[in-house]
Design a protein around this ligand. Structure first.
Ligand SMILES: Cc1cc2nc3c(=O)[nH]c(=O)nc-3n(C[C@H](O)[C@H](O)[C@H](O)COP(=O)(O)OP(=O)(O)OC[C@H]3O[C@@H](n4cnc5c(N)ncnc54)[C@H](O)[C@@H]3O)c2cc1C
Length: 337
């Protein structure tokens, strides 16, 4: 068993936000300040664990939103028994699709890559494109023979075990299809939910700033004005990221999904920009910590070493250029009215 998952299974974290309802299902009751605190606290200790929890919460929310009572009951029972959930969206070279030759029962061909927790996650939500529409599947992912972690040799976030899961030949039953085609893309839950990823990264940013500050004060190097300036700048970067993430979390989690489309779009854009602001703060803070501490910051066991290594990898999320341009256009509209 992956040691990361043991940390998550220790407490009641996996089932904490699934409130059972009559009929066997559950509601996703996750107050944003509590989730933000949890993800950032864990992110400040172990970013891989925070990433796994982030995927777990995303799944829990999607099943609450789009799953029927039987599907919710399946997930509720699983998380109460300590099962880790995941959302595996990124396609491998051989993209996941339905086998058109297998009509009854339906079967899959292809694989997902960067599948966090592959080998540990017991149930995953897996989007599959069919004719341009995304179907969400809720699939058992406990078959170790389908897991390939050999490609996950990245320098950071190793403990997430973000490998390949091959679904080829797997039968899909009717009860494994969640909601309607394209439900997955409904906002503010799709792109808007990126604030949780930023919250985990925020925890690492703040821990790096604390680690560098303790290091410099401990060695007396804070006495040099350039070192003190680095501490000040790092504090400002972390604070800026926190304000972005808190604002995004509050706006997304209090947004009425059936409200005016322009309002939902703006809130989603703010969440997407919180991701970019966090990415920028992360890169600046990593640079400041490495310069301030010097070579010692790369020593295995230094308080900032694993955090900077993991954070540099985790901030590499999909298509930042498109996020900057597309959501920038939405935010620009407000300035033109
Ligand atoms: C630790 C970790 C865990 C993860 N876990 C999961 C998981 O469990 N499930 C999951 O689905 N995914 C997961 N992912 C993958 C994630 O969802 C993204 O797929 C991945 O991070 C994309 O990173 P990339 O750098 O390859 O992005 P890219 O989108 O390839 O971006 C790289 C660069 O290319 C630019 N770019 C993008 N598209 C174009 C284009 N068409 N033309 C020109 N330039 C372009 C971007 O702006 C950027 O500058 C994980 C990622 C990490 C780091």
């Amino acid at each position: 068993m992956n040691p990361v998952s043991e940390i998550l299974r220790d407490g009641d974290v996996l089932a904490r936000f699934a409130r059972p309802v009559p009929g066997g299902g559950y509601r996703y009751e996750a107050p944003w300040p509590e989730v933000l605190k949890l993800l950032s606290e864990i992110g400040g200790r172990d970013l891989s664990t925070a990433r796994l929890l982030e995927g777990h919460l995303n799944s829990l929310q999607l099943v609450a939103l789009y799953g029927h009572a039987v599907q919710q009951a399946r997930v509720l029972q699983a998380v109460q028994a300590g099962t880790l959930l995941g959302v595996w969206g990124a396609d491998a070279a051989d993209p996941l699709r339905f086998n058109e030759e297998a009509i009854q029962p339906r079967r899959l061909i292809g694989a997902k890559r960067y599948a966090s927790g592959a080998g540990t996650v017991g149930l995953a939500i897996v989007p599959v494109d069919e004719g341009g529409a995304l179907h969400l599947l809720l699939l058992d992912t406990k078959d170790a023979n389908r897991v390939d972690l050999s490609s996950w040799d990245h320098r950071g976030m190793r403990a997430t075990a973000s490998g390949i899961y091959d679904f080829t030949g797997l039968e899909v039953e009717a009860d494994e299809v969640l909601g309607q085609p394209d439900d997955y893309r409904r906002e503010p839950f799709f792109v808007g939910g990126i604030w949780r990823c930023a919250a985990a990264q925020l925890g690492a940013i703040e821990a790096i700033v604390a680690g560098m500050t303790r290091d410099l004060f401990g060695s007396g190097r804070d006495a040099h004005p350039l070192q003190m300036a680095r501490i000040g700048e790092a504090i400002r970067e972390a604070r800026t990221a926190r304000l972005w993430v808190e604002d995004a979390a509050r706006q997304v989690e209090t947004c009425a999904p059936d409200g005016q489309k322009s309002d939902v779009d703006r809130i989603v854009a703010l969440s997407a920009y919180a991701r970019l602001a966090t990415e920028a703060a992360a890169m600046r803070v990593i640079d400041l910590a490495e310069r301030a501490i010097g070579l010692g910051s790369f020593a295995i066991g230094h308080p900032v070493e694993a955090l900077t290594r993991d954070l540099a990898v985790y901030i590499r999320q999909a298509n930042p250029d498109a996020v900057l341009l597309g959501h920038g256009r939405v935010l620009a509209r407000d300035l033109l009215t």
